[in-house]
Design a binder for this molecule. Structure first.
Ligand code: 5AD
Ligand code: SF4
Length: 455
């Protein structure tokens, strides 16, 4: 048997990229690759990049500078290293990457991971500088084949992509350009992958999509299913105890999905529902197609279906034209909606998006000051949300080892990290605990009984 070549995939950004990196591993394994522990021991290094954050491309170029030195070092001892750039920066920059960083052997976009073995074969044949950034006519997930490669370890909490791309075109966002048009995978394939994940040990699955609640796929009965219907079918899979989905758009939050939070026992009470701003003028300029009041009404409706839902969101401060008054409206919306947790960012222009062309960009110091105020409020809400659980009894899914021997970290239904002394318990078990201490970022608890009913 030949020794496998080693590949190191460095993943940036969102959970969809984490999922895509796993799929790259799935297609590379049959092509004779095994994972490397570090870039130093890799024959192939793939940077799976993200374009959402500021200066994303610049960061990739400086990483490539470091990799060039590593490649030179390895070459001195007669070892060749191939370097590839994947993900959303690859999609956006394409050829420009090869031109600016000749150390890169090939570039491929998020829709082209299935071409990876072919690209490696071309590289082996002496070709360099390939760029694969077309949006294929076929389903990317189909082209990637079944997730059947020799058992990689499946984490207890796994991701499953059900939807990709976005047709919303928020004026600040690159996703519709880098991930392409909205696409929903058929239910049959999702269910098959979920069963496989459950067989390999997953107890919780988070369905992924840039606009996951817009999912509407072909059902196993030939009809078009909604996400709520898909979640019902997933809930029937043996071994799967918990379901989640992320990220949702307010305008696609249909009634049956809201009702699912009250009806589907396996659907956890956590919802990531970005609003971005609390000002109607800014929401309009962002092309969000909803108002702040629409959002708050929606949140109210969701809380009627599931009172204890942990609400999460995303915010952008300093969008072009944002006045002090607009920002105050965001603060008011946050006060009203009351978040369990949320992400917030300073607006930064993405080349090619409409907002980047606006003349009235907000000064950096103003953005910094607003972000600090917003984050202080969100932090306080997060701490308060967690504090409400003091003394409460809940079931947690034991997910990974903790900091100290005998300690494990579990996940609450509300996605809080829960530290427990768990001598003799196994990862993947679900145990009932009583919360002892709460903090901003986690809870600590003690186990009350044998494994809980769900376990
Ligand atoms: N500037 C700042 N934040 C952005 N996001 C997306 N694009 C930008 C941008 N140009 C944020 C949004 C989105 C999250 C994933 O990233 O809040 O929901
Ligand atoms: Fe980007 Fe989300 Fe808006 Fe789509 S809905 S354009 S992914 S921010």
């Amino acid at each position: 048997m030949t020794t496998p070549r080693r590949v190191f995939i460095k993943t940036y950004g969102c959970q969809m990229n984490v999922y895509d990196s796993e799929r790259m591993m799935d297609v590379l394994r049959p092509a004779g690759f095994a994972p490397a522990d570090a870039p130093e021991s890799a024959d192939l290094i793939i940077l799976n990049t993200c374009h959402i954050r500021e200066k994303a491309a610049e960061k990739v170029y400086s990483e490539l500078g470091r990799l060039r030195m590593l490649k030179d070092e390895r070459e001195k001892s007669g070892r060749k290293t191939a370097i590839a750039v994947a993900g959303c920066v690859a999609q956006a920059e394409g050829e420009a990457i090869i031109a600016r960083a000749p150390v890169v052997d090939f570039v491929f976009g998020p829709q082209s991971a299935a071409e990876l073995p072919g690209l490696v074969a071309r590289l082996d044949a002496g070709e360099r500088g390939m760029v694969a950034t077309d949006f294929p006519a076929d389903d990317k997930f189909d082209a990637l084949g079944e997730k059947s490669a020799p058992a990689p370890q499946v984490p207890v909490t796994a991701f499953l992509a059900v939807q990709e791309g976005c047709d919303k075109f928020c004026s600040f966002c690159v996703v519709p350009y880098t991930r392409g048009a909205e696409y929903s995978r058929p239910a049959e394939r999702i269910l098959r992958e979920a069963r496989l994940l459950a067989e390999k040990g997953a107890r919780e699955i988070t369905l992924l999509g840039q606009n996951v609640n817009a999912w509407h796929g072909e059902g196993t009965d030939g009809r078009t299913w909604t996400l709520a219907r898909l979640l019902e079918a997933l809930a029937e899979i043996d071994g799967l105890a918990r379901l989640r989905f992320t990220t949702s758009h307010p305008n696609d939050m249909e009634d049956d999905l809201i009702a699912a939070f009250g009806r589907n026992d396996k659907l956890m009470p956590y919802l990531h529902l970005p609003v971005q701003s609390g000002s109607d003028a800014i929401l309009k300029a962002m092309n969000r197609k909803h108002t702040a009041a629409d959002y708050l009404r929606l949140v109210e409706k969701i809380r009627k279906a599931r009172e204890d839902i942990a609400l999460s969101g995303d915010f952008i401060v300093g969008f072009p034209g944002e006045s002090e008054e607009d920002f105050a409206a965001t603060m008011r919306l946050v006060e009203e909606a009351d978040y369990a947790q949320a992400y917030s960012f300073k607006y930064s222009p993405r080349p090619g998006t409409p907002a980047a062309e606006h003349a009235d960009q907000v000064a950096e110091e103003v953005k910094t000051a607003r972000l600090a105020r917003l984050q202080a409020l969100l932090s306080r809400q997060q701490e308060d949300f967690n504090a409400r659980f003091s003394g409460k009894v809940m079931d947690i899914l034991l997910e990974k080892p903790g900091r100290y021997p005998g300690q494990l970290v579990g996940r609450s239904p509300w996605l809080q990290a829960v530290h427990v002394d768990a001598q003799g318990r196994r990862i993947g078990g679900i145990v009932t605990v009583r919360v002892e201490k709460t903090g901003k970022n986690s809870l600590s608890a003690h186990i009350m009984d044998k494994e809980a009913a769900q376990g």
